[in-house]
Design a protein around this ligand. Structure first.
Ligand code: CDP
Ligand code: MG
Length: 149
C-alpha cells in the first residue's frame, strides 16, 4: 500500500474540473485518504517546488500555484504513485496520451491541471507539507478486495 499527494491546480479548479479529475482517480481504484480545498501560500509553494529553484519556469510555477485555490488530496492504493502519474499523463499536455487528465484537458505545460508525487520519498515529504497526520483517514471500502489481491 502506497500514498501519494495529488493537487488539482488552480486551472483545474477554475475550469470546474474538480469532480472530473477526482472521478478519474476514484475509478482507477485509488482510495481518498485526505481531501481539502486551500489557497497555497508563497512560502508553501516555494518549499514544494524547491527542487526547481533557479530553473526558468520556477517563478512562473510558484505564481501559478498561488494564483487561486487548489484541491489537495492524498490517494492510496497499491503502487499509488505510479498509477496516479499514469492517470495524469506526461508533464507537457501535448506529450500526454489522450485518455490521461493532462492529455484530455491541457494544452500548455504551464497549465497542466494536476500535480502528483513522483517517488515514495517525495510523496512522504509532500504529504507532510499539506496534511497534518490527523487529517488523514485510514479505512477500507467494501470494493477494496476487488481491486487487488
Ligand atoms: O509536475 P511534474 O512532476 O510532471 O513535472 P516537473 O518537471 O516536476 O515540473 C513541475 C511543474 O513545473 C510542472 O507540472 C509544471 O507546472 C511546471 N513546469 C513548467 O511550467 N514548465 C516547464 N518547462 C517544466 C515544468
Ligand atoms: Mg515533479
Amino acid at each position: 500500500m502506497e500514498r501519494t499527494l495529488i493537487i488539482i491546480k488552480p486551472d483545474g479548479v477554475q475550469r470546474s474540473l474538480v469532480g472530473e479529475v477526482i472521478a478519474r482517480f476514484e475509478r482507477r481504484g485509488l482510495r481518498i485518504a485526505g481531501l481539502k480545498l486551500m489557497h497555497i501560500s508563497r512560502a508553501l509553494a516555494e518549499e514544494h517546488y524547491a527542487e526547481h529553484k533557479g530553473k526558468p519556469f520556477y517563478e512562473g510555477t510558484v505564481r501559478y500555484m498561488t494564483s487561486a485555490p487548489v484541491v489537495v488530496m492524498v490517494l492510496e492504493g497499491p503502487n499509488a504513485i505510479q498509477a496516479a502519474r499514469q492517470t495524469m499523463g506526461k508533464t507537457h499536455p501535448l506529450e500526454a496520451a489522450p485518455g490521461t487528465i493532462r492529455g484530455d484537458f491541457g494544452l500548455d505545460i504551464a497549465r497542466n491541471l494536476v500535480h502528483g508525487s513522483d517517488k515514495p520519498e517525495t510523496a512522504e515529504r509532500e504529504i507532510a507539507l499539506y496534511f497534518k497526520p490527523e487529517e488523514l483517514v485510514s479505512y477500507q471500502r467494501v470494493t477494496d478486495a476487488w481491486l487487488s489481491e
